[in-house]
Design a protein around this ligand. Structure first.
Ligand code: G6P
Length: 614
């Protein structure tokens, strides 16, 4: 989704802006642009469709001088991806340039109003309407830029993170946010601005996360000033980011996605660090202990999430219901927020989000909170909007995830959900001690077992070649493995563009079985579980119709291995922890099929990493 970068200081802005845009490429985008006030006081705007590298080619021979600038990667919402619709947008007089992430919902009304005043528009975007509105208010009332921005934002309905610069004032960037993230980095006599901390960390670790309806007045050589729309001055809270540059780079891997898949033994270890303690036979999630009265009193949990995080939620439901005997509902945040859901005072809402910025999940949190629910966040991006909107929560601590297709965040989410279920069950006394110890010990052994699975990488890469030309795939699983089937299918479609469906294996006979023939690859998660025999029958049904079965089996399994066309042997674990292992070969399978097809796995078409618009 759109990415914002800004710089003001003593250095040349252009290289910092371009590097920043590249750091934000992972969010997903289709065009990019930059606006810089040059050394001779020109406000130059350069834009290009496609990758940031195309913007770089476009600006060769152009004046890119200047020590103040803003830059943007656009993920199209209003109007097709093209250079006219790319940001920054000029105002009519070309004295203002603005970049925007979000959606101005009442842009059509505002546009009509401006058209009656004689304004014309070069693009189909809502963003151009905003910059023209700011200019109109500024000129007609003879105001400074800050006041004009405050008044204009007062008229806007929707979500925004914006940054704006003014030709006649090369010493100031104005930036504002509502429901879309924005971070200001504070360096030595310089400031940085970005949608998240990733473009900032190589310059400074001091950041301020803007809150909704706050405006940052970023001035050369002066302190950062933050005001609200009514010009009341706020005290910015300076935070320290702990991200390192190494975490943001590929570390020798061809793609971030592969790096992140391979990182899982470490990331899961980090996720459990200080929480799962085998020596003292304990699992402690501090947020559960700190809020245990509220959590223990809950009659119901509701999980809200989107995409991969929703799949983790489906596993969380099974864990919490099984260990804690609390009913759990799992909702798509986008449906929940518009459904007038029944929320009781004592309900606990678990909001799961890697980015912590997904607009629908954030809105679901705000709705549930306004109706009296207690909100517990499970997020990865530290300091992002969802953790700030919740009552409490647990970070998954798996480090930055850059590949658009989520991998290590999923296993991190499932790990936190397991620790949450264990901690709560112990407090609630719904789990006997033996079982608690068994699950805890096995959980702590998961990173080593993940390492073993990752040694199958070459085998899976070979296997992928056979399926590069498949048009469809079915993924089947039951119980804890059903969400893994959904996640495996999602991974494949996201990055290889092969149509794939995940199904509960027993449901197959109510529809998808009609699709099965010798051309149809069917991935079946058939590891040891109390449903093993049932899954075996499901595989027989597929084989009877000549489907090609790729089975994930537990090491030493002879029965299914003989029946399946291809089997992948995995170390054994407890059924409730199996998703942490079975997910990995499916991530690798999707990755290798996509690379065989020559796809851009880290930035698949049309997808965004951080979906900050609904
Ligand atoms: C996008 C990403 C997915 C992610 C989903 C939810 O669609 O491409 O990988 O699962 O958003 O994102 P969240 O950050 O809330 O987990």
């Amino acid at each position: 989704m759109c990415g914002i970068v800004g710089y003001i200081g003593k250095k040349e802005a252009y290289p910092i802006l371009i590097k920043g845009l590249k750091r934000l490429e992972y969010r997903g985008y289709d065009s990019s642009g930059v606006a810089i006030i040059s050394d001779n006081q020109q406000l130059n705007v350069y834009k290009s469709k496609g990758k940031v590298s195309e913007l770089e080619s476009f600006v060769t021979q152009k004046d890119i001088s200047g020590s103040i600038g803003i830059a943007h990667t656009r993920w199209a919402t209003h109007g097709e991806p093209c250079s006219e619709n790319a940001h920054p947008h000029y105002s009519s007089s070309e004295s203002l340039a603005l970049i925007h992430n979000g959606i101005i919902e009442n842009y059509a009304t505002l546009k009509e109003k401006l058209q009656t005043k004689g304004y014309t528009f070069r693009s189909s975007t809502d963003t151009e309407v905003l910059v023209q509105l700011i200019e109109y208010i500024k000129l007609t009332n003879n105001l400074d830029l800050l006041t004009a921005v405050q008044l204009a934002l007062g008229e806007v309905i929707g979500a925004y993170a914006i940054a704006i610069i003014e030709k006649n004032n090369p010493d100031q960037i104005i930036a504002a946010r509502k429901s879309s993230p924005l971070v200001v980095g504070i360096g030595e006599e310089e400031f940085f601005l970005a949608s998240d901390a990733t473009p900032i960390v190589e310059y400074t670790d001091k950041v301020v996360y803007l809150e909704d309806e706050e405006i940052a007045v970023i001035r050369r050589g002066k302190e950062l000033k933050v005001v609200n729309l009514n010009n009341v001055e706020m005290t910015p809270e300076v935070k320290q980011v702990t991200l390192s540059l190494g975490q943001l780079e590929k570390g020798g891997y061809p793609h971030f996605m592969l790096k992140e898949i391979m990182d899982q033994p470490n990331s899961i270890y980090d996720c459990m660090r200080g929480r799962v303690n085998v020596e003292s036979d304990n699992v402690v999630l501090s947020a559960v202990i700190d809020h245990k009265e509220r959590l223990l009193a809950a009659k119901r949990f509701i999980i809200v999430a989107c995409g991969t995080s929703w799949h983790a939620g489906l596993i969380g439901k099974q864990l919490i219901e099984s260990f804690c005997r609390i009913p759990v509902e799992v909702e798509y945040a986008s449906e929940f927020r518009y459904r007038d859901p029944v929320i009781h005072e004592g309900d606990v809402v678990l909001a799961i989000s890697q980015s912590g910025e997904t607009a629908d999940t954030l809105a679901a949190v705000e709705l549930a909170r306004s109706r009296g629910a207690f909100i517990y966040g499970i997020c990865n991006a530290i300091g992002s909007s969802i953790p700030r909107a919740t009552h409490t929560g647990s970070y998954i601590h798996v480090g930055p995830e850059i590949g658009v297709a989520s991998t290590k965040a999923f296993t991190g989410q499932v790990t936190v959900l397991t620790m949450l279920a264990l901690t709560l069950a112990k407090e609630k006394q719904t789990i006997d001690h033996e079982r608690f110890l068994e699950v805890m010990k096995e959980l702590s052994a998961i990173p080593e077992k993940m390492k073993e699975i990752l040694t199958l990488n070459d085998k899976i890469a070979e296997l992928a070649k056979i399926f590069t030309y498949a048009h469809n795939f079915i993924y089947l699983g039951r119980g804890y493995s059903f969400p893994v089937a959904l996640e495996g299918a999602l991974k494949l479609k996201e990055i290889s563009y092969i149509h794939a469906e995940g199904y509960p294996a027993a449901e197959m006979k109510h529809g998808p079985i009609a699709l099965i023939d010798a051309e149809m690859p069917v991935v079946v998660i058939a590891t040891q579980s109390h449903l093993y025999e049932k899954v075996l029958s499901n595989i027989q049904e597929i084989k009877a119709r000549k489907g090609r079965v790729i089975a994930l089996v537990t090491k030493g399994d002879k029965t299914i291995s003989q029946l399946a066309d291809i089997s992948i042997e995995l170390p054994s674990t407890l059924e409730c922890l199996d998703p942490l292992l079975t997910t990995i070969p499916l991530q690798l399978l999707a990755y290798h099929i996509a690379t065989c097809k020559g796809m851009d796995v880290d930035q698949p078409r049309n997808l965004a990493k951080s979906v900050t618009v609904e």
